[in-house]
Structure formats: structure tokens, C-alpha cells
Design a protein around this ligand. Structure first.
Ligand code: UDP
Length: 236
């Protein structure tokens, strides 16, 4: 039995570039697809939001002189590219799936509505929700909080390259220690860089728990669904 019935899985664009400095690492992409397949086969309803940081970030663009809104729109297009890549990889391993986009762009994907997403999940499809929130000045973390709340997910699973939330960045500070669980308020008051404040606050206000875990270790998504405590749980 899976621990959760319906999940919102957030994948970072940055993780998707794997060993490469930019773009999509096909090995990492296929590993993600295989992990998602394992969980889909457990009967879990899966919604996915994927970032675009491996291709373009609006804020970085603005730092180089791009108009911020156009830069953010480029970032949202980057999430669409990643979503199509994941859709293709899932299709290749026979996982039925559908891409919905927050910005109209048929025939690339159907225009997102909550009901289309839920209907597709109930029919056994993995639903990939692309283009973030559709609005500039947001991140895909906020996009995934929003979609997680809308689709009434039991949890938002945030796949990262570290195995949870630490007191400091474990890649920089060797004395950092890991939390097994933590409140939304503490994440915000300690300024922990797990998600931006907007995303964390939205989850808090709507009581959507977050589970942060290392998605780059093969099999971890299934371990989380089997109830193994390998990450950090964020709750009220
Ligand atoms: N973005 C946006 N609105 C959204 C979601 C994303 O404008 O609702 C843009 C923003 O420029 C962001 C980029 O898309 O930098 C890529 O998303 P993000 O940085 O969240 O990707 P990740 O860090 O997960 O790879």
C-alpha cells in the first residue's frame, strides 16, 4: 500500500541537467521516468510540476539586462520544454501521461484546469502541469504549491539533490544537521532555502504538507511512497 493516494511531485529543472552544465541529461531524465513508473504502478495518482532552471531563469536574465517579465516568460517556456521531455520519456516506458499548460499553446498541451488534471489522474494518467503558474514573478515551487492545493494532493513531494532540510547548506557547511520534520513557520523564520517564502506560505495556509527528499538516488520516490523516512517532512 502506498503512503499517499494522490501526490504532487515537484522536480527541479536544475536536477534534470544531471552531470551536464546546461540542458537535459537524458540519463537523469530516463531515471526520473523509471522512478515515476514504479510509483504509478503502485496505483498512486501523480501530478508533476517541473522547473526550468536548467535552461533559463527570469531573474538571472534580468541580471543580464533582459526585461523581467519577458525573462520569466522564457523561464516558463523552459518548463514546457522540460515537461515535454518528461512526457516523452514516460511515453517511452509505457506510462500514459498528459501535459497541461498554464499558458495556452495547443497543440503542445491542453490548457490547464483543475478538473482536467483530476479527470486524467483518475483515468490513470500521470499529469504534467507545465508553464508554472502562467504568471511572471513566481517560481515553479509556487506553481507546485498552487497545483498541489488545487488538485487536492495529499502531499507535495519536493525532489532535490539533498536528502532533506538541514540547519545550513550541507554542501557548504559540514556541521549542518538534518531535520526529520519541521514546521512551515520554522522553515520561514530560520530562512531555510528549501522553497521560496511564497510557496511555503501557500502550503501553510492551505495545510498541504511538503516532503523534501533526494530524488537523484534511484528508487527513492518508491521508498517515500512505501513510508520510509528518508527526507524531511514539513507540516503545521
Ligand atoms: N517562472 C515564472 N512563473 C512561474 C514559474 C516559473 O515566471 O509561475 C519562471 C521564472 O523565471 C523561473 C523560471 O520560470 O526562474 C524557471 O523556474 P524555476 O526557477 O522555478 O525552476 P527550477 O529552479 O525549479 O529549475
Amino acid at each position: 500500500m502506498a503512503k499517499f493516494k494522490r501526490i504532487l511531485l515537484k522536480l527541479s529543472g536544475e536536477s534534470l541537467m544531471g552531470e551536464l552544465g546546461y540542458g537535459i541529461d537524458v540519463k537523469r531524465l530516463n531515471e526520473y521516468a523509471a522512478q515515476i513508473k514504479e510509483v504509478a504502478e503502485m496505483g498512486v495518482q501523480i501530478g508533476i510540476v517541473i522547473g526550468g532552471g536548467n535552461i533559463f531563469r527570469g531573474l538571472t536574465g534580468a541580471g543580464k539586462g533582459f526585461d523581467r517579465v519577458k525573462g520569466d516568460q522564457m523561464g516558463m517556456m523552459a518548463t514546457v520544454i522540460n515537461s515535454l521531455a518528461l512526457s516523452s520519456a514516460l511515453g517511452a516506458v509505457n506510462v500514459p501521461n498528459k501535459v497541461l499548460t498554464a499558458i495556452r499553446m495547443e497543440p503542445v498541451g491542453e490548457f490547464y484546469t483543475k478538473w482536467k488534471a483530476i479527470e486524467a489522474m483518475e483515468q490513470g494518467m500521470v499529469v504534467i502541469m507545465a508553464a508554472g503558474t502562467g504568471s511572471p514573478y513566481f517560481t515553479t515551487d509556487t506553481g507546485s504549491s498552487l497545483r498541489g492545493i488545487e488538485i487536492e494532493a495529499d502531499v507535495m513531494l519536493k525532489g532535490t539533490r539533498v536528502d532533506g532540510i538541514y540547519t545550513a547548506d550541507p554542501e557548504k557547511d559540514p556541521t549542518a544537521t538534518k531535520f526529520n520534520d519541521i514546521s512551515y513557520d520554522e522553515v520561514i523564520s530560520r530562512g531555510l532555502k528549501v522553497m521560496d517564502i511564497t510557496a511555503t506560505a501557500m502550503c501553510r495556509e492551505n495545510n498541504l504538507p511538503i516532503y523534501v527528499f533526494n530524488m537523484d538516488v534511484f528508487g527513492n520516490l518508491k521508498r517515500v511512497m512505501a513510508g520510509e523516512e528518508i527526507g524531511t517532512y514539513v507540516h503545521l
